[in-house]
Design a binder for this molecule. Structure first.
Ligand SMILES: C[S@@+](CC[C@H](N)C(=O)[O-])C[C@H]1O[C@@H](n2cnc3c(N)ncnc32)[C@H](O)[C@@H]1O
Length: 218
């Protein structure tokens, strides 16, 4: 079944009786499709804005006959802010997000107060954010954002054996680059509505597609 987003203001519907894990910027989907195969009891949503990578993700789902993996071609902050169910995701993974190293481009980075607000709203209480990057300065900046937010506590990150490496992680490790990882758990807090988002043009919803790769697609 292929679901097209016809109304970018309509929240996505998930089976709330099943756990949900989300990967932001999932690329070609190596990590998430491997997890989906190992955990048929859980649903998995990849969010990725590059069409070519969305198609490669979809190909992996077809070849592995996955009925519990979804791919959404949309901007991640917008998706978290408007389209995901409240306090439902048990895990969110952000691996090797674009670091936007130049200071004048830092506003393009995913992590910041807007994303943390929306992330807290979408994680179940006790749900976890797993983060990894090869970029030390971005790593430190993300740790600082979380440190200043009482709705999250830092916890041990997941181990990173070869089996969980993403496409970018494999490439960075082959180049001998150091990898930095951290994780945070969401804590109970005052649950305020999210303020409407004033999005920059690059974060506006584009012509997006949502695909549910269910049995009827196989
Ligand atoms: C450096 S790549 C890492 C891909 C994958 N996580 C990996 O480790 O192999 C970053 C990915 O995030 C996607 N991306 C960046 N910003 C995004 C956003 N705001 N919304 C959705 N996808 C985004 C890019 O298209 C790209 O595929």
């Amino acid at each position: 079944m292929i679901i097209q987003i016809t109304d970018p203001c309509q929240p996505l519907k998930f089976d709330l009786s099943r756990p949900l894990e989300i990967e932001v910027g999932c690329g070609k989907g190596k990590f998430l499709t491997t997890r989906a195969q190992a955990h048929p009891e859980c649903d998995f949503l990849g969010i990725e804005r590059m069409l070519k990578r969305v198609r490669l993700f979809e190909g992996k789902c077809r070849r592995n006959r996955l009925g519990n993996a979804y791919i959404l071609r949309l901007e991640a902050l917008y998706t978290f802010h408007y389209l995901l169910p409240e306090h439902h995701a048990r895990k969110v993974y952000v691996f090797f997000p674009d670091p936007w190293p130049k200071k004048k481009h830092h506003s393009h980075r995913l992590f910041g107060p807007l994303f943390l607000n929306a992330l807290w709203k979408r994680l179940e209480v006790g749900g976890k954010l797993e983060f990894a990057t090869d970029h030390h300065e971005y790593f430190e900046a993300v740790c600082e954002w979380f440190q200043g937010d009482k709705r999250f506590e830092r916890v041990e990150p997941m181990p990173r054996p070869k089996e969980v490496w993403t496409e970018f992680e494999t490439m960075f490790r082959e180049q001998g680059l150091p990898i930095y990882s951290a994780a945070w758990r969401s804590l109970p807090a005052d649950d305020k509505p999210l303020e409407p988002l004033t999005v920059p043009p690059e974060a506006e919803p584009r012509e997006g597609i949502v695909r549910r790769l269910g049995k009827r697609d196989l």
